[in-house]
Design a protein around this ligand. Sequence first.
Ligand code: GCO
Ligand code: MG
Length: 408
Amino acid sequence: MKITDAKVFVGGPGKNYVTLKIMTDQGVYGLGDATLNNRETLPAAYLRDYLIPNLIGKDPRNSEEIWQFFYRGAYFRGGPIAMAAYGAIDMALWDIKGKLANMPLYQLFGGKSRDGAMVYAHATGADLPDLMDSVARYVEQGYKAVRVQCGVPGMPTKGYAIPETKGGQGDFITDFSGIIPKTEIWDTDRYMRFMPDALADVRDRFGPDIKILHDVHHRLLPREAAEFAKAVEPVGLYWLEDPTPAEDQNALKLIRQHSTTPIAIGEVFNSIWDCNTLIEHELIDFIRIAVTYGGGITPVKRIVDLAGLHHVRTGFHGAPSHSPISMAAQHHLNAWAPNFGIQEYLVLGTPDCDALFPSEHVMENGMVNVSDAPGLGVDFDETEAAKYEYAEGSHPIVRLLDGTLWNY
Ligand code: GCO
Ligand code: MG
């Protein structure tokens, strides 16, 4: 069996999804997602210019060998651009494998460990009353877990993932006016004074059963993060996410020494080497790596197994930049993983998105029921894809009050 061709598509409704389609001499094809938010053209170019020419003629069933060929063969290892491109290939090869076996992927991993996988949605408010309305909407829809983010009074600009005006919904991250980023101003002192009480108010209003998550988005220093994690202990958070920038694995020690608040980290990780210390020293509770920038199912499944040895559960990244293809790969891992925790779930879910990626996975009452269709259980409509093209966009950058560049 041989790979005969592969194509890359960039575009989508409100997102620059990077979709890979690998064709074989047996008519079976596989789909992968290489979307790297706001840098989408780069994994697409790596796929087109180097990886696809090297794929042609290979046996698609040898997904492990092909992964090693690209990862080791590049000499310069890792990084989000390369790993997103390898990730798309790996997903597509697993999709082909599942279709050949006539089995959903979770069966190839070891079968189902649960009936449905719990997901969390993003509630956000320009201020606290606005946030309460947003949480209430998700609770009414049956969500069991909600991430809560709230505008901080007196902050010069809105904080991470906060709407400009009350009632605003959606993805507040990408600005499609061009590639020159907007600037947000961050005031740690105001955040530290306001946010623990705001989280406590959400707990008081919605009671003990709802799972509350909060994302610091890498903005605190280790000592500040330890103070914050201690201050929010009475809230009983399901997790505190990215309290410090993720590249300093040592920073997490200080937080652990001072607090029992569960810590989730890893949405910017690309390999097992970014998180092995955190996992082996049991400094985190949830690993957030995504199947896309983590290099695909093959390496991420190894991370899940390592995490399982150390009581670390999964909480894969699921921001809206993940297309239904990589989300499907995560749904299959979530169905199987003995150490599954929760899944972030923000697939656009619009009619346009559903038409582009017809999917067999069902989300209801805050739970995903994985598809039993062979392979990933999601398709890609090339006629629909022809309607879209790449749109320039950017993440904001963040500066402190005195203008110092800070972490977005
Ligand atoms: C999350 C993340 C995202 C990132 C985004 C960057 O928890 O979902 O923090 O919102 O900001 O993926 O592109
Ligand atoms: Mg996050």
